[in-house]
Write a protein that binds this ligand. Structure first.
Ligand code: ZN
Length: 141
């Protein structure tokens, strides 16, 4: 894949992080000024980053619509990837995952409290410039 030009058009900083896909274009968020911008012509080739993230979330039990909302990729794309990679998730009717988006500082604060870690399965995955905490309260009655 060609190297993306990701200079912020507002402040010309080159420190930008991926922040979803908008109409097949990679969207970035400038780390300096917070401006969102997209780069030209990502074409049909969606960054593999989003494929992996989408499949991770799918396996964790997050719905197609929720994945669309979280990652900014269409649920149709996600459905296609699930088919393409032949991903199967375990049947689960007993519990639903809950998730929260944290900044780095919020994530650390969350981990500091042992009560937050007890009795819940959890996984943390990077989403754009945030961290997503997915939890299942499967051990609680
Ligand atoms: Zn900027």
């Amino acid at each position: 894949m060609a190297k993306q030009q990701k200079t912020c058009p507002k402040c010309f900083s080159e420190h930008a992080v991926k922040s979803g896909i908008v109409k097949d274009r990679q969207r970035y968020k400038c780390k300096e000024c917070g401006y969102h911008f997209t780069v030209e012509k990502l074409g049909k080739q969606i960054d593999h980053y989003y494929v992996t993230k989408a499949l991770q979330l799918y396996i964790e039990g997050v719905s197609y619509r929720e994945i669309e909302r979280i990652l900014g990729v269409s649920h149709v794309s996600v459905m296609n990837w699930v088919k393409q990679y032949n991903i199967k998730r375990a049947e689960n009717t007993e519990y639903r995952p809950t998730y929260q988006l944290f900044s780095y500082k919020e994530l650390l604060a969350f981990y500091k409290d042992p009560a937050n870690l007890k009795g819940a399965g959890m996984i943390v995955t990077e989403v754009g410039d945030k961290y997503m905490m997915i939890r299942w309260e499967r051990f609680r009655k």
